[in-house]
Write a protein that binds this ligand. Structure first.
Ligand code: PEP
Ligand code: MG
Length: 588
């Protein structure tokens, strides 16, 4: 906290949802839960289970009502929040959580409240103890289990939930912590912004607040102690700052910033209809990456033409059994139909290393690998379990009846991997054809991710058999520099602008151009507008990124000429460090 003058105080937290909010702060507190830990007699067990069932019915009813209320929210927010509520509803059904709670009541004669609390905590802890580096994903899932536990407990004990009713319209909602289910209750038109003392930048709550479009700063330690009810505050969700009791100068500065932001937003929205081409008319194909289906409406609004990377992992996560061919077909088909004739590039399951999939844990090597990123991952693992691959390929081929699809393989290192998959694809294609199943009119293009140095260095050989390349700079950087992609920014070891990485991108692009196949770049680097001139200069004409980034990247493309881009790429390739490359990009 910084004390700027006698009245004004500044706090900093995670900038979670951009925008400026000005208004009085009001806190929404939640009454503490009081739980009995009494043991029960065996004769009481069935009555206790009946009480639990009642609480489950009430919890399901509340969530179903909440889902209906979502109809009043903007479309994008609905699309983000509904899958979460569906996940909650699923957990309230015959899930592992509920089975575990009932077993505690019936076998250990624990009272329902204590059983709910203990089982939810045990399952959350088990999720957190899983290995792999998707720590944030595990923390989110653990929090979802705890959240459902708290809901059932409140319904068992008839203790009230948090309520936002009674807070003055236009106020800034403050809370020690907001859970995703709380965020789902917020009517965005009622508030100027949200601040919390706890909470991270990438949790579900953050995702929802972004979807609600409300400026939000989470995890601003100490802010609640300093803000008496009604204190005037300015929050800046882009920078992550909160100013309490602002001076007239600070207020004026915030208002100026607010109108500048409104102008930028309008200008970016106008870009949607304009072509993604350089000043001298070189066209660039902008596509979107899709990680979860809720992003679909955002993609439609972004101006992207097609999905350049559908990360299919989400279909396999957070479930106890594997999705069968029909289930997968339905999901892919829904996405293909929503893209309305634009191509959808579906990457087959990239699992292993930091992407763990609980339902598949039995397929992983019996002894834990010392170095999972260098072991069985992506296509290597799928080729060990061809039945999984065949099911996924069949589902993609069937979804191809609804519109253009392309199939993409992750983590390729060897030409033989592509050959093997191509043979499997032929086999699946012939099998479906024999059975007269409706599917893509011809065998869809089969392409590969270039995300290992081996694949980049073999690009000329791979280009003979691959129908297209997609450069995955996230992994390509990691494997080239021998630096984990999960390392904190400050470590400086992991940097996609290192000339060694740029050299491999260039080599890959050249190989694709020589062979006459398409090459796109779909790692996070594609969404960095400063890198646009460099990537175009290296020969890339197709970029795939998070939908939100499309307008900014398009603006960067429209600002340069190809000659400028090629000059930038030439200098960058012979630069001695990522910092030197950054300096070159600054001067464009
Ligand atoms: C990449 O590695 O750049 C990529 C796009 O794949 P993912 O981030 O899913 O590993
Ligand atoms: Mg990758």
């Amino acid at each position: 906290m910084i004390r700027a003058n006698s009245g004004e105080q500044a706090f900093f937290g995670h900038p979670v949802s951009p925008g400026i909010g000005i208004g009085p702060v009001f806190e929404a507190a939640e009454p503490a839960l009081v739980i009995s830990h009494k043991k029960i007699f065996a004769s009481e067990a069935s009555a206790e289970v009946a009480r639990l069932e009642e609480a489950l019915v009430r919890s399901r009813h509340q969530l179903t009502k909440l889902k209906q209320r979502l109809a009043g929210l903007p479309e994008q927010s609905q699309a983000e929040i509904s899958p979460l509520i569906d996940a909650y509803l699923h957990m309230l059904g015959p899930s592992r959580l509920i089975r575990g709670i009932k077993a505690r009541v019936q076998d250990q004669l624990t009272g329902a409240e204590a059983a709910v609390q203990a089982e939810a905590e045990a399952q959350a802890e088990a999720i957190l103890a899983l290995t792999g580096s998707d720590r944030e994903g595990r923390m989110r899932r653990a929090e979802e289990v705890r959240e459902i536990g708290r809901r059932v407990l409140r319904n068992l004990t008839h203790q009230p939930f948090r309520s936002f009713a009674g807070l003055a319209p236009g106020s800034i909602l403050a809370a020690n912590e907001l859970r995703p289910a709380d965020a789902a209750l917020i009517q965005p038109t009622n508030f100027a912004g949200i601040i919390t003392a706890e909470g991270g930048a990438d949790g579900h709550t953050a995702v929802m607040l972004r979807a609600l479009g409300l400026p939000a700063v989470l995890g601003a330690t100490g802010v609640l102690d300093a803000a008496a009810p009604g204190t005037l505050a300015i929050i800046d969700g882009t920078e992550g700052s909160i100013i309490l009791n602002p001076t007239p100068d600070s207020l004026e500065a915030a208002r100026v910033k607010l109108s500048a932001m409104t102008r930028t937003r309008r200008a970016l929205a106008r870009l949607q209809r304009l072509a993604a081409e350089t000043r001298d008319g070189v066209a660039v194909d902008l596509q979107a990456n899709l990680e979860l289906p809720f992003e679909l409406p955002m993609i439609a609004e972004s101006g992207a033409h097609g999905i350049g990377l559908l990360r299919s992992e989400f279909i396999f996560m957070n479930r106890e059994n594997l999705p069968d061919e029909d289930t997968q077909t339905q999901i892919y088909r829904g996405i293909v139909e929503a893209m309305d004739g634009d191509p959808v590039t579906i990457r087959v399951l990239d699992w292993g290393s930091d992407k763990d999939v609980e339902a598949l844990s039995t397929y992983l090597p019996a002894t834990e690998e010392a170095n999972p990123a260098l072991g069985l991952r992506g296509i290597r693992l799928l080729l060990r379990h061809p039945a999984l691959l065949e099911t996924q390929l069949a589902a993609i081929l069937r979804a191809g009846a609804a519109g253009p699809v392309r199939i993409m393989l992750p983590m390729v290192t060897l030409c033989t991997e592509l050959h093997e998959v191509s043979e499997i694809l032929d086999r699946v294609w012939r099998r479906l054809k024999r059975r007269g199943v409706r599917m893509a009119p011809k065998r869809p293009p089969l392409g590969i991710m270039i995300e290992t140095p081996a694949a980049a260095l073999s690009a000329h050989r791979l280009a003979k058999d691959a129908d297209f390349f997609a450069i995955g700079t996230n992994d390509l950087t990691m494997y080239t520099l021998a630096a984990d992609r999960g390392l904190p920014v400050g470590s400086k070891l992991y940097d996609p602008l290192e000339p060694a990485v740029l050299g491999l991108i260039h080599h890959t692009a050249r190989a694709a151009i020589d062979a006459g196949i398409q090459v796109s770049l779909c790692g996070e680097l594609a969404s960095r507008e400063q890198a646009v001139p460099l990537l175009l200069g290296l020969g890339i004409r197709q970029l795939s990124m998070h939908g939100n980034a499309v307008p900014r990247v398009k603006r960067a493309i429209r600002a340069v000429t190809l000659a400028q881009c090629e000059a930038v790429a030439q200098s960058a390739l012979s630069a001695s460090s990522a910092d030197a490359v950054r300096a070159i990009l600054k001067d464009v």
